[in-house]
Every structure is written in structure tokens, then in C-alpha cells.
Design a protein around this ligand. Structure first.
Ligand code: ATP
Ligand code: MG
Length: 364
């Protein structure tokens, strides 16, 4: 029989979700959820992880839990099909992380390229909180606790998945086959692997303040698109422009479809033609940005409207989350039980142990 396929993925409640989350993971999650080929889909709001670099700002994390939940529902995650829950409510995850810490060296954690960049971004170089430094281990417990086979995420999560796989292999080699080794599931579209920020910086990230949020108003969305980073040397319309590192074109790579050209720019058959014209010269940034704005408005409007509907019944959302936590906790407890057994720390539910000891002492 096929192994049960299970999804786990998460977001940090450090702000509302942005279009980087959407193309990097969220959109795919909704498709996977609706595909029916997964036994279970776990979606976690990683508040405990968010606290690793926001320890002094608990209110920010608390406020954003509901924001993230609203964005999930607005994008089509459905609590009837997915288990949506909050990390801190599953204490089993901490215990797993505590045991996994024995299987990872400090130098291995220091080599993690994503954590390295994040340490720099947060000016943590001289004083890294231990919790932040070890968050890849905590992520390994999140993934393994739910026996996830599949983790749909953006490219920045590759080192985390590799770390998890190493922990799983080491754990299973020492303690016997207990944990499931997960696979990363990256978006197919290269532009979606790591969507840049509107400032042209390599990653759209809440911490960098360069985001287009899913719940952006029509006006703010337009303002942001019109202010986006393009080719700084493309000064006059007639100048040839570069599309490499040109954020507007990266977003078109991520979002535009043939039908958008038919609807808004019928003079061009496809994105390649538009790119060629830009590179040749004679195509202004404003025209391209207006096209992108039309596409983004079309993509985000239904999400924005659905969110407004869900905002009308906030207590129902907390109730949904609480139910999700209950189911998630049962699953994590089951895994933890297996882990304790494999690690031989299940003293009180192991009758064999007592028998063995009785025998050992009676032989003395
Ligand atoms: P923070 O700055 O607080 O770390 P973030 O914007 O990086 O926030 P996360 O909550 O860390 O967001 O990431 C959640 C998920 O979204 C992960 O799967 C991550 O790979 C994906 N993701 C985040 N930003 C991008 C992006 N710019 N492009 C593609 N995927 C992204
Ligand atoms: Mg992040």
C-alpha cells in the first residue's frame, strides 16, 4: 500500500500574508488540499517560532495569529479539508525538539545559509537568541510530529528540510525506524521560488518591509505596483531596458497568463514579446506597471472580498483554530509516544522493563 501522504506547512504570524507566501506556498497548498490525494493537510501558524525573534513583542505575534488565519481562509484553505492550528498549543513539539537537539551540532546549525542571512537581517550577529539559532531543529519537530511526507514551501526553506531529513535519518539509525523522512515541494514556476520585494531586494519578507499584502486595498496595491523597482538605467521610454533583476518582469513571470494579454494588452501575444520590446527600447515602465496592476487587482480582489466576509465572524475563526489544535495535538502525542518508546524513556508503560529488572536483581 502507498505510504499515507501527509502535508505540513506553516507561516510565522509576524504580519499579514503577502504575495510571496501566496506564490511560494499558499496557492499550491490550496490546490493540494483540493486534489484529494493527501490523507491529511496540516497548516500551522508558527507563533512559537515567531517569538524566537520577537520575544519582546508578544502582542505583535498575538495580533497576527488571526490575521494569518483570515488570509488562509480568504485564499481557500478550508477547515473541513485542512487542519489549521497554532504551534504553541502543541507542547509535544517542544519535547521532540529537546530530544532532536542531541542529534545536531552547533557547527551544523551555523552552516545553515537561510539562518545566516536572517541573523544578519536582524543584527543578531553578536547576540543570537538560542531559541532563534535552534529554530531549524524546532521545525524538524513540527514536520516529523505530523509524520509529514510533503512540505510545500518557498526555496528559503530548503536548508530547513535538509536539516529535518538529517535528523530523521540519524534518529532512525540510532533508535530504529520511527520518523518519516519528508520531501520538499517547491513551486514549478522559477519566479515563485523566492519572489523579490517591491524594492528589488532578493526576497519579499515581512521583516524587510517590501511586501504586497494579500489584503491590500485597491489603491494601496496600485500605489505599490506603480512604485516598484525596475531597471534603474531605463530612463527614457526609447532606451533599451533590462529585464534581469527587474522586479516588474519577475512578477509578470509569476502572475501573467495568456488570457491577461488578450484582456489588457492585445498588441502582444505573450510575455516574451513584451520582454523583447522592453529590451529593444520604446516601451515605458508605466505601461508595464499598469498591466501588472490590472493582473494583480484581478488576482487579489476575490481574496480581499472573501477576507471581508470571514472578518464578520471572528469568534468562529478562533473556534476553528481551537478544533484544529485539538486534532493536531492528538497526532503529535501519538508520534511523541513512539519517539519515547524508541528512545527507551517510556518506563511506566513498559511491563517488559520491570520484568527484566526483577530478573536482574533476583540474580544478584
Ligand atoms: P519573516 O520575515 O517573519 O520570516 P516571511 O515573509 O519570510 O516572514 P515566513 O512566515 O517565514 O514569511 O514564510 C512562510 C512561507 O512562505 C514559507 O514556506 C516560505 O518559504 C514562503 N515564503 C516567504 N516569503 C517568500 C517569498 N518571497 N517567495 C516565495 N516564498 C516565500
Ligand atoms: Mg521567513
Amino acid at each position: 500500500m502507498d505510504k499515507e501522504k501527509i502535508i505540513l506547512t506553516a507561516d510565522r504570524p509576524t504580519g499579514r500574508l503577502h504575495i510571496g507566501h501566496y506564490v511560494g506556498s499558499l496557492k499550491q497548498r490550496v490546490e493540494l488540499q483540493n486534489s484529494g490525494i493527501y490523507e491529511k493537510v496540516f497548516i500551522m501558524i508558527a507563533d512559537a517560532q515567531a517569538l524566537t525573534d520577537n520575544a519582546e513583542n508578544p502582542e505583535k505575534v498575538r495580533q497576527n495569529v488571526i490575521e494569518v488565519a483570515l488570509d488562509y481562509l480568504a485564499c481557500g484553505l478550508d477547515p473541513k479539508k485542512s487542519i489549521i492550528f497554532i504551534q504553541s498549543q502543541i507542547p509535544e513539539l517542544c519535547e521532540l525538539a529537546f530530544y532532536y537537539m542531541n542529534l545536531v551540532t552547533v557547527s551544523r546549525l551555523q552552516r545553515n545559509p537561510t539562518v545566516k542571512t536572517e541573523i544578519q537581517m536582524r543584527n543578531f550577529e553578536t547576540s543570537i537568541p538560542v531559541g532563534f539559532f535552534t529554530y531549524p531543529i524546532s521545525q524538524a519537530s513540527d514536520i516529523t510530529a505530523f509524520r509529514a511526507t510533503t512540505v510545500p514551501v518557498g526555496e528559503d526553506q530548503e536548508p530547513m528540510l535538509e536539516q529535518t531529513r538529517e535528523i530523521v535519518r540519524k534518529f532512525n539509525a540510532i533508535y530504529g525506524d520511527t520518523l518519516v523522512e519528508p520531501e520538499i515541494l517547491l513551486p514549478d514556476n522559477a519566479a515563485c521560488l523566492r519572489l523579490p520585494g517591491i524594492d528589488g531586494k532578493s526576497k519579499m519578507s515581512k521583516s524587510l518591509n517590501n511586501c504586497i499584502y494579500l489584503s491590500e486595498t485597491t489603491e494601496d496595491l496600485k500605489k505599490k505596483v506603480m512604485s516598484m523597482y525596475t531597471d534603474p538605467n531605463h530612463l527614457r521610454v526609447e532606451d533599451p531596458g533590462s529585464i534581469v533583476g527587474n522586479t516588474v518582469f519577475t512578477y509578470l513571470d509569476a502572475f501573467s497568463k495568456a488570457e491577461h494579454f488578450e484582456r489588457y494588452l492585445p498588441d502582444y501575444a505573450n510575455l516574451d514579446e513584451l520582454k523583447m520590446h522592453y529590451q529593444r527600447g520604446g516601451l515605458g515602465d508605466v505601461k508595464v506597471k499598469k498591466f501588472l496592476n490590472a493582473i494583480m487587482q484581478e488576482e487579489l480582489e476575490p481574496i480581499r472580498n472573501k477576507r471581508k466576509e470571514f472578518e464578520k465572524d471572528v469568534p468562529a475563526i478562533y473556534e476553528m483554530l481551537q478544533k484544529g489544535c485539538f486534532i493536531a495535538r492528538e497526532t503529535a502525542a501519538y508520534t511523541l509516544n513512539n519517539v519515547r518508546k524508541a528512545m527507551k524513556i517510556n518506563y511506566f508503560d513498559d511491563q517488559e522493563l520491570i520484568k527484566e529488572q526483577v530478573k536482574r536483581f533476583s540474580q544478584k
